[in-house]
Design a protein around this ligand. Sequence first.
Ligand SMILES: *[C@@H]1O[C@H](CO)[C@@H](O)[C@H](O)[C@H]1NC(C)=O
Ligand SMILES: *[C@@H]1O[C@H](CO)[C@@H](O)[C@H](O)[C@H]1NC(C)=O
Ligand SMILES: *[C@@H]1O[C@H](CO)[C@@H](O)[C@H](O)[C@H]1NC(C)=O
Ligand SMILES: *[C@@H]1O[C@H](CO)[C@@H](O)[C@H](O)[C@H]1NC(C)=O
Ligand SMILES: *[C@@H]1O[C@H](CO)[C@@H](O)[C@H](O)[C@H]1NC(C)=O
Ligand SMILES: *[C@@H]1O[C@H](CO)[C@@H](O)[C@H](O)[C@H]1NC(C)=O
Length: 530
Amino acid sequence: VPLTNTCRLSTGLRATKNTLMFFLSFSTVAGLDRVTGLYGQTLEIPCNNGAVKTEDILLVKWKYDKGQGQSGDLMVLNKGHDAVVSSTDDYKNRISMAKNFSLLLSGAKLSDQKTFTCMVAVSDITEYPVAVVIHKSPAGVGISDIAEALEIGKLKKLGDCVARDANPAANITWLRNNEPLADGKGISIKSSVLVDPDTGLSTTVSTLEYSALKSDAGAQFTCSTQHPLGEKLVSSPVNFTITYSTEHITLRVSPESPAEGDNVTLTCEADGNPAPTSFNFYIKGEVVKAENANKHTLTHVSRNTTGLYKCSLIDNPLMESSRNITVNYLDINLSPSGKIVKHAGKALNITLQIDSSEKPAVSWTKEGVKLHKEPKFANLTYSDSGVYECEVTLKTLRRKASFHLVVQGAPVIKYLKKMDAKGQQIVLICEAEGSPKPVVSWSINGTVLNETSHPNGKITHKITVTPSADMTVTCTVSNEFGMMTQDLNVSSDPSGKNDKTQMVVGVVVGLLIATLVIGLAYWLYVKKSK
Ligand SMILES: *[C@@H]1O[C@H](CO)[C@@H](O)[C@H](O)[C@H]1NC(C)=O
Ligand SMILES: *[C@@H]1O[C@H](CO)[C@@H](O)[C@H](O)[C@H]1NC(C)=O
Ligand SMILES: *[C@@H]1O[C@H](CO)[C@@H](O)[C@H](O)[C@H]1NC(C)=O
Ligand SMILES: *[C@@H]1O[C@H](CO)[C@@H](O)[C@H](O)[C@H]1NC(C)=O
Ligand SMILES: *[C@@H]1O[C@H](CO)[C@@H](O)[C@H](O)[C@H]1NC(C)=O
Ligand SMILES: *[C@@H]1O[C@H](CO)[C@@H](O)[C@H](O)[C@H]1NC(C)=O
C-alpha cells in the first residue's frame, strides 16, 4: 500500500507505523465535503459528517492542506486519551475537538479557506477531507459621492454604492423607488472590487450614472446587497433635485399694442430648473442687464420706440426671444376750427388731416347727433349752422376736433298764410329763414300768438287780427344783412263769401219756384177761361 504521499501518520502513530502497515488499509473519500463558516465566528468542521463509530476508533487526527503537497498537523486523539493539539502555528490557540470529533475553529479568517482533513484509524485508515469556505456579509452598504442634483437628459454620476469588507465580494443592486435598475438607456452601472491585502476581504463599489426624467423629482434611490449567508442590506435612500437647462425663452410685451405715452414692460420668461434669474435685454442696440429680475420697462414710449426688441440668457446669448413692438400714434388736424361765420350760398371746404400708425376710425357729429358721412358744404344754407365734431379713434387712442359753423345772410320769407279762425278773427302765419335771427313786423295791428325759432335758422311768427275791411297785410322780415316783405289779401268777413253764394242759390231757387207758380196760375187761368 503506498502510504507516503496520501497519508501521513502523526507522531503518536509513527512508533507503531511499521507494525500497523500491514493491517491498516487506507482509502480516501472521493467526494469533497464543503463547510461554510462565518468570518470571526467559530466554525465546526465535522469529521465524516459526524458518522464516526466511537467505540472502534483507534485514532482521530486533524490536519490541513498547506499547499504544495505539504500538510500541517492540528490535533490528535488516541483511543482512551483526550485530544491533543499538535499544531505549532497560528492554529494552536484557535482549535479544539468536539465529542463527535468535529474540529472547532474559532475566529474564522479568510486564510482558513483550505482543505481540512480528518483521518480516522479503525481497522483501516480513512481520510475525510472538508473544504472550508469563509463568508462575510458586507460591513454595511451606503451611497457616497452623491450628486447635488440630477440633470434631465444628461447622463451624470448619481453616486457610488459601497459595500465594504465582504467575502465573497458583494453584488450590488441599484433601486429606484424599490424597483431594480438595469444597465441600459439612460442608466450606466459600473462595478469594481477591491481586495484588502491584509484581510482578503473585498469592497465592492458600484457607480451609477443616471440620465434623469422629470418624474425623477422625489424618486428615492437606494442600493442593496444580498449576501448568500447574510441578510439583505439596503442603503439609506437618497433623492435629488432635478435640474434642466433652459429650453424655451419668451419675451412678453405689455401692453401688447402700446400707444404713445404708455409705459411698456418687457418680461423675459425662461424655463429650466433652477430657472434663470437674470437676463439681457437688447434695447435699440443697447444691452441692458437685468440682475435678479426678468423685467425692463420702457417709460413714456413714442413712435420712435417702434422696433425689434430682444432678450436672452446672460450666459447663453443664443437662447433668445424677440418681438416687434409697434407704438400706435394718432395726430389729427381739422380745418377749419373754432367758430367760423359764412354766408349762405357759399362753399366751405373741410379738411381733416390724420397722421397715424394705422388706419383709424372716424366719426362725425353735428350738435351731438351722429352724421352718417363727413360733412361737405358746396352751397351753405342756414340749416348747416351748428357745432360739428369729429372723433378719430385708433385702439386706445382717441382724438377730437370741432368747429362751430354759423351761416349768415339776409332773411327770406318761406311763406305767409292765413288760417281758419272763429268769428271776425284771422290767424296769420309768416315763416322766414335768416341769420342772425330776423325781426318780423306786420302792416296790421294784431295780437302775437307766438314766435318759434328753429335751430336751422327758421322763424315762425303767428298773429291774430280782426280786420275791419278787406285789406292787404304785409309781413316784413329783416336783419343786418337785409329785409324781405310779402303781401296777403284778407277780407273783413272771413265767412261772407259763403253767405253770398247761399243767397245767390236762394234767389235762383226762389225765381224757379216763382216761375213754376206763375206758370201753374197761367195754366189754370187758360183752362178756366176755356
Ligand atoms: C458535534 O457536536 C456538537 C456539540 O458538541 C454539535 O453542535 C454538532 O452538531 C455535532 N456535529 C455533528 C455533525 O453531529
Ligand atoms: C423721433 O426721432 C426723430 C429723429 O429720429 C426726432 O426728431 C423726434 O424728435 C423723435 N420723436 C420723439 C417723440 O422722440
Ligand atoms: C420683426 O419685423 C421684421 C420686419 O418687418 C421682420 O423681418 C421680423 O421677422 C419681425 N420679427 C419678429 C420677431 O416678429
Ligand atoms: C375747396 O375745394 C375745391 C375743390 O376741392 C377747390 O376748388 C376750392 O378752391 C377750395 N376752396 C377753398 C376756399 O379752399
Ligand atoms: C294801430 O294801433 C295804433 C294804436 O293802438 C294806432 O295808432 C294805429 O293807427 C293802428 N294802425 C293801424 C294800421 O290800424
Ligand atoms: C290783392 O287785391 C288787389 C286789389 O284788390 C290786387 O291788385 C292784388 O293783386 C291782390 N293781391 C294778392 C296777393 O292777391
